[in-house]
Write a new protein. Structure first.
Length: 201
């Protein structure tokens, strides 16, 4: 069983109102105010750094390998891009599921069931399956402001930055560990000082 298998069935284990954080995210300040984001929808997600599926397909790297119409499709992710193109979803907005805030309702339960069904179709990463599930179900999504899923810029321990006012950082530890400056943020004021990037590598 992999993490996407569990993630796409998260509603089965969720509270009535749930905040889910990926393993590579970390709160760096108070997150009390995030619950107010559910004022007008039962699901809140932030935008992905790639605006749509086509941008991911043409500029992604690593396990999210690139793809363009007409190119050979030898990579394991390429058949899924072909499927997305056939469905007309290449310009569909991409959301990040690294931070998810939701209520358990019939609409979100249906979304998760559909997401899991779509994920099983290819069994790779869950992001494209989420695009298809949102398209199929029409589930209403409110956009989380960037402060709740902020990206770290630069991976030099002394010069890594993130947007002002960020409350939750979405890290990429595979790029070189966790920047030391993360542990100087308010959320770690009472943490043992022996906690460091090296211990979290």
């Amino acid at each position: 069983m992999c993490s996407s298998d569990l993630k796409t069935r998260l509603n089965e284990y969720a509270f009535e109102t749930t905040l889910f954080l990926d393993a590579d995210t970390v709160p760096i300040s108070s997150i009390d105010a995030i619950w107010k984001e559910l004022r007008t929808a039962d699901l809140c997600l932030s935008r992905d750094r790639h605006p749509d599926v086509m941008d991911l397909a043409s500029r992604g790297g690593g396990h999210k390998s690139t793809w363009l119409p007409g190119e050979p499709i030898p990579g394991r992710r390429h058949p899924e891009y072909e499927y997305m193109a056939a469905l007309g979803l290449m310009r569909q907005r991409l959301h990040s599921s690294g931070v998810m805030l939701f209520r358990r309702t019939p609409a979100t339960d249906l979304l998760f069931r559909t997401w899991h069904e779509e994920w099983k179709r290819f069994g790779h990463e869950d992001q494209l399956a989420l695009v298809r599930a949102l398209s199929r179900t029409g589930c209403n999504v409110d956009e989380l402001p960037a402060r709740w899923n902020a990206r770290v810029k630069g991976w030099n321990p002394e010069r890594s930055t993130w947007p002002k006012g960020a409350r939750i950082l979405h890290l990429r530890p595979e790029k070189g560990g966790i920047p030391e400056r993360v542990f100087d943020q308010p959320a770690f004021d009472d943490a043992p000082r022996r906690l460091s990037a090296k211990s979290c590598h």
